[in-house]
Each structure stands twice: as structure tokens, then as C-alpha cells.
Ligand binder design. Structure first.
Ligand SMILES: [Fe+2]
Ligand SMILES: [Fe+2]
Length: 182
């Protein structure tokens, strides 16, 4: 997926919701699929390196692993179940057809499940922030640890923006579209 082709503001109210799904996958899901394995490998290397107190690395690694597993399971549900259903609604709307048959009676339930998972993932981010003093390196921290903290900080910011786009733009627009289709 070429993000540049999609470009622009995710909040654009004129953007069809299937394009918005593509934009979220290209901008946020692709980033997570790349970044999570890289951060996992960096933290594994840190565990054997000199640097921050060993307890900090171990705690950060555990908090990251819980977060990464929740995120990976969540992305699979969106990419394989929810987003294809939203794309089918958008296509029916474009072609003037009635609401298509979907795997669920309404998209409301899976959307509520995704919102609850976002809240759990953000609680895991809060724990990660707590473990790392909000991703701040102490004086004398190694370059490698600073690099890990910068990557975790970027992950935190990207995930929160990703959730905001889904919770505040994509999901309300999908529910509105489902209500509007005959
Ligand atoms: Fe997502
Ligand atoms: Fe999500």
C-alpha cells in the first residue's frame, strides 16, 4: 500500500471509509508490523548489555512483550474481520446497494470490542511509561538504551494517534454509514 497515494488528513470527512481503512493500515499497521519485531530484538540485546539497572530492562521487556502481543492480536482482528466488513459497507454505499450480508449482524459489537482493546493497549502503554520514567534516559545511560527509549516513545505516540483516528473518526463514520444503508 502506497501511503503517498492516500496522503492527507485522516480526519478528512469526504474520504470514503474504505480509503480511511487503507490509510490506517498503510500508516499505522505497517509501522507496527515493522517496529514491534525490531524493538523486541533491541530489548533482547539490551538484556545482555551493560547499561541501565538490570531490573529496568527486565521490567521494560515484560511490559513491552505484553503490549506487543495484545497489539498483534488486535491488528489481525481489524485486518481480517472488521476492516473487510467496513470496506463492504463503503462499496455498497458507492454502488447504491443495500447493506451487504456480513459476518456479524451489525458492526457495532466488533467496534465496541476494538475500543475496549484500545483501552487495554493504552493501559499497557501507561505501564511501559511507568517502567521507563516516561521514556527518559538517566544520566550516563548508554546510546543503545537511549535508542530503545526513543523507539518506545515513538511507538507510544503512534499507537495513541492510531487509536484516536479509529475511535474518533473511522468507527463513528462506519456506524453512521451502517445506519444509513437501506
Ligand atoms: Fe488499527
Ligand atoms: Fe485498533
Amino acid at each position: 500500500m502506497d501511503e503517498n497515494r492516500l496522503g492527507g488528513d485522516a480526519g478528512d470527512p469526504g474520504r470514503p471509509i474504505d480509503e480511511l481503512c487503507d490509510l490506517i493500515v498503510a500508516r499505522h499497521h505497517a509501522y507496527l508490523h515493522r517496529a514491534l519485531p525490531l524493538i523486541r530484538a533491541e530489548l533482547a540485546r539490551m538484556a545482555d548489555a551493560e547499561g541501565p539497572p538490570a531490573g529496568t530492562v527486565a521490567g521494560t521487556r515484560d511490559a513491552f512483550e505484553l503490549l506487543a502481543q495484545s497489539v498483534q492480536a488486535h491488528l489481525a482482528k481489524e485486518e481480517n474481520l472488521l476492516f473487510p466488513a467496513l470496506e463492504a459497507l463503503a462499496e455498497a454505499d458507492r454502488e447504491g446497494r443495500a447493506r451487504p450480508a456480513l459476518a456479524f449482524p451489525t458492526v457495532l459489537h466488533p467496534i465496541r470490542v476494538m475500543e475496549a482493546e484500545h483501552a487495554r493497549i493504552e493501559a499497557a502503554l501507561d505501564r511501559l511509561q511507568g517502567m521507563t520514567h516516561a521514556f527518559t534516559a538517566s544520566d550516563g545511560a548508554s546510546e543503545r538504551w537511549r535508542h530503545c527509549l526513543a523507539d518506545l516513545s515513538r511507538l507510544d505516540a503512534d499507537l495513541r494517534e492510531h487509536h484516536r483516528t479509529e475511535n474518533e473518526v473511522l468507527f463513528p463514520r462506519a456506524l453512521e454509514l451502517e445506519r444509513r444503508l437501506p
